[in-house]
Design a protein. Structure first.
Length: 191
């Protein structure tokens, strides 16, 4: 039995009609060992996905170049997080994307050890329940004082600067692994 828990803008994508459905499966250890694969994967999928946007778009919509830039940043963040935080007996990372006329949904799945879920769930709640601008500057100060990097600044930047909506789902698989699915919903409209 799989026990699931969702947070944020999680959407069941089964049966969604899309202009394009994309998928790829990667080895989590390979992503971590060969770090360049994260940026290669994100660059490829951002370019490929952006090609679904016409060369000329009406006012108020992201043009192809702007969308490609947003997607490259978003997907690089997601692939790198999968490389950094995967663990346990299931060593796969799954990429999926649904391209629709007004939006794109990207979903990356990796696996973690069950004992890491509470800290990640706490981070997600803090991310989703606070003002992004305030939390961003608080995290910058905390990182400067502690001389560390990270702490969700990538997610916060994507939320506050690009309007990305995130959804998260945790699914316990047995007692040794938890599947972590992260969805990023991208609007084709300019902010």
């Amino acid at each position: 039995m799989i026990d699931s828990q969702t947070h944020g803008a999680w959407q069941d994508m089964a049966g969604v009609t899309a202009l394009s459905y994309q998928r790829m499966t990667l080895d989590a250890d390979d992503l971590a060992r060969f770090w360049r694969r994260c940026s290669l994967s994100s660059d490829f999928w951002s370019r490929y996905s952006a090609l679904f946007v016409p060369a000329t778009v009406p006012p108020g919509r992201l043009n192809r170049a702007a969308l490609e830039s947003v997607l490259a940043y978003l997907l690089n963040e997601l692939f790198e997080n999968c490389a950094k935080f995967s663990g346990g007996p299931v060593g796969i990372v799954r990429y999926q994307a649904w391209i629709q006329s007004d939006s794109m949904t990207f979903q990356l799945t990796n696996h973690i050890e069950p004992e890491r879920q509470p800290a990640f769930t706490h981070f997600i709640r803090e991310l989703l329940e606070n003002d992004p601008d305030e939390l961003y500057f608080r995290r910058l100060e905390e990182n400067a004082e502690a001389n560390v990097q990270g702490s969700g600044l990538g997610y916060l930047t994507l939320i506050k600067d690009y309007g990305i909506r995130f959804g998260f789902q945790f699914s316990a698989i047995g007692d040794q692994s938890v599947a972590v699915e992260v969805q990023a919903h991208v609007s084709m409209k300019e902010m």
